[in-house]
Design a protein around this ligand. Sequence first.
Ligand SMILES: Cc1cc2nc3c(=O)[nH]c(=O)nc-3n(C[C@H](O)[C@H](O)[C@H](O)COP(=O)(O)O)c2cc1C
Length: 179
Amino acid sequence: MKTIVVYYSNKGSNKYLAERISKSLSCEIEEIKPRLNIFLLFLMNIHLGIKPLKNNIKEYDKVILCGPIWMGKFIPPLRSFIKKYFFKINKLIFVTCCGSTNAKKDEKFGHGLVFKEVENILKDKCILCQAFPVSLVLPDDKKEDTNAFMKTHLNDENFKGEIQVLYENFIRNVIETNS
Ligand SMILES: Cc1cc2nc3c(=O)[nH]c(=O)nc-3n(C[C@H](O)[C@H](O)[C@H](O)COP(=O)(O)O)c2cc1C
């Protein structure tokens, strides 16, 4: 089974997660590079698509797409990747390091709605969606604190405990999808 991790990250958490996944699975990794990488324009839904990837997506059995959620949306660089490579994607796993907690996943800004959208676009090509909420690396009294999670980024220091357990389960699940 050939796998590639493809990611977009603005502040680094999804880059960290993507690199970690690629190391755990010993697989290829490539960054999605928007033609116009201007964050404020993305928020206004203005985007010019992405630059072509160096790797040939068709050669991979599985793509692990990793990136953040903003304003409850499946963000433009990730959406553009799917649009551009839809017919080359065999199977896809969507992973996000996001702000929303599992308890709030189905609310307006929750990752649950984005997962439904990804599943809707990709239908049976989508085999798994997994969230790694930033709150998992925050102390209990800061888990619902928007200010705290906006300022927190994944790194080797804080990737411990709850998030580590979730991550190991995720990697096991990904490996199981090979069989
Ligand atoms: C403008 C903005 C809007 C955001 N909106 C959401 C949201 O609606 N839902 C959510 O779960 N997280 C939201 N977040 C949190 C990001 O998804 C989270 O900080 C993510 O880890 C950032 O990833 P990055 O470090 O790879 O850029 C938002 C962050 C920003 C900066």
